[in-house]
Design a binder for this molecule. Structure first.
Ligand code: ADP
Ligand code: MG
Length: 232
């Protein structure tokens, strides 16, 4: 058995209060391990982004438990969660979120600079992270000079540069055409398997389901089915 990276039990999250309360997670049980690619799928509004955000320590759950990399998130201080995010987690978003005025290498170096790494070392490691995504020759370019697929590969390099044991991705292919989306997810999967990190991908793009080791289907704040790509 690989090491458990994420373990949620009876996890709940409601936005707002009273008449305007929106229950987004209604008691989620979920596990993910090192070396695993798990996709969270389901209709818009079912709670995928909320679940990913709680797991990533950017949003607080209300009830139940959520343990990530051995930390019980409901008990950790804000500072501890910030440290966990900085060191333990890589992020890939739908809208690449690159800084337009920084070079590709500088963008990739950001997680290391935030950790306090020296600029020279950070840029060296950023160049190394650009290698597996095939963009070393674009290190000095600005993001605006790259295609969408290339920009998402820069975002992947940024997510892996600090070698986090957990990578979370929210709709990473929705701004890409089908072929490019497949390339990007294939790359993410290969890197996750190579480095034995846990890769969580929120998506409603069923064309990339085949890249998952496991798929969790959500509906209305619950996980309603779990299986491999053949089941979905
Ligand atoms: P998904 O990612 O599956 O589309 P979300 O997790 O974004 O779903 O949303 C789950 C539910 O929570 C939806 O009903 C959504 O409208 C609601 N929701 C999400 N974010 C907020 C927020 N910041 N404030 C209030 N309601 C929210
Ligand atoms: Mg979402």
């Amino acid at each position: 058995m690989s090491a458990p990276i994420v373990r949620c039990r009876g996890l709940t999250k409601t936005y707002g209060r009273g008449d305007t309360a929106v229950p987004a997670l209604r008691g989620v049980d979920f596990d993910a391990s090192a070396g695993e690619v798990v996709m969270l799928v389901g209709p818009s509004g079912c709670g995928k982004t909320t679940l990913l955000s709680v797991i990533a320590g950017v949003l607080d759950g209300d009830g139940g438990t959520c343990s990530v990399l051995g930390h019980d998130l409901h008990k950790e201080s804000g500072t501890a969660k910030t440290r966990l995010r900085r060191h333990g987690i890589g992020f890939v978003f739908q809208a690449f979120n690159l800084v337009p005025t920084l070079s590709v290498a500088e963008n990739v170096a950001v997680p290391l600079l935030i950790q306090g790494e020296k600029r020279r070392v950070a840029l060296q490691r950023a160049r190394a992270a650009l290698e597996p995504v095939g963009l070393v020759d674009k290190a000095a370019a600005l993001p605006g000079q790259l295609s969408g697929g290339q920009q998402q590969r820069v975002a992947i390099a940024r997510a892996i540069v600090h070698q986090p044991p957990l990578i979370v991705c929210d709709e990473p292919t929705s701004a890409l055409d089908h072929r490019t989306g497949e390339q990007v997810v294939g790359l993410l999967r290969d890197l996750a398997h190579l480095h034995q990190c846990c890769l969580l991908i929120v998506t409603h793009d069923n064309r990339i389901f085949s890249f998952a080791d496991r798929i969790a289907r959500m509906d209305d704040g619950h996980i309603v089915a779990m299986g491999d790509a053949a089941d979905f």
